[in-house]
Ligand binder design. Structure first.
Ligand code: SAM
Length: 200
């Protein structure tokens, strides 16, 4: 993580926001390993911390990231990942509300084992990402949605979209994680919180 941070920072960008914390990176790595996820998609790459989590989970793991930002720090993080994990990472640039529906998987069993949603935080984007990624996921795939923190303005969209997905029986909740502790429901205060579920 430190290496990729320095590499991306070395290209003139001010970094600091919108990156996974260490506890989340470790959690994602162990989750992917525990669920034997080999084919993994994430929406929101930024400088690749969550990609590293998944690529470190298993030497077989392959990651497809969707990212709207084409600035230098994103491109240099991609270069770094390609040098460390050759042939195991694919980055699709563009707005996920367009690129995810346009992405083709050959059949349901070729879909993703695990999807991590951490892209646009507006309600409409988070809602579209949860629904669109389901079409690319294997039946019963694991879903993680970041930012279940509706007491911050950037948490309102993802939390509302998640709650609606549960209500509409698109997903079954498995675990909430709040400031690195497993909890039974979304509840503040917390700085970082995410949810794990299973697509139905
Ligand atoms: C919180 S950051 C992702 C952090 C990353 N998952 C990590 O662990 O370090 C959110 C990223 O989503 C990207 N993003 C925002 N809206 C998007 C959209 N509509 N489509 C694709 N990516 C988007 C942003 O450019 C940003 O890089």
């Amino acid at each position: 993580m430190e290496d990729i941070f320095r590499h991306a920072q070395g290209h003139g960008s001010a970094l600091g926001e919108g990156i996974s914390c260490l506890s989340q990176v470790l959690y994602l790595m162990y989750l992917a390993r525990a669920r034997k996820a080999i084919s993994i998609a994430e929406i929101g790459f930024n400088i690749g911390f969550s990609s590293i989590a998944f690529l470190e989970s298993s030497p077989q793991a392959k990651v497809t990231s969707f990212e709207i930002n084409t600035e230098t720090h994103v491109k240099s993080a991609k270069e770094f990942i390609d040098s460390r994990y050759p042939g195991r990472h694919r980055l699709i640039y563009g707005d996920s509300t367009q690129t995810v529906p346009a992405f083709q998987v050959a059949g349901p069993m070729d879909g993703f084992d695990l999807v991590f949603i951490d892209g646009g935080h507006e309600y409409s984007c988070a809602k579209a990402d949860i629904a669109n990624a389901r079409r690319l996921a294997k039946p019963g795939a694991t879903l993680v949605v970041d930012d279940m923190i509706p007491w911050f303005k950037w948490g309102i969209g993802p939390t509302t979209a998640w709650e609606e997905a549960v209500r509409d029986e698109i997903v079954t909740p498995l675990e909430y994680v709040s400031d690195a502790l497993a909890v039974s429901r979304i509840q503040g205060p917390a700085e970082r919180a995410w949810v794990v579920g299973q697509y139905r």
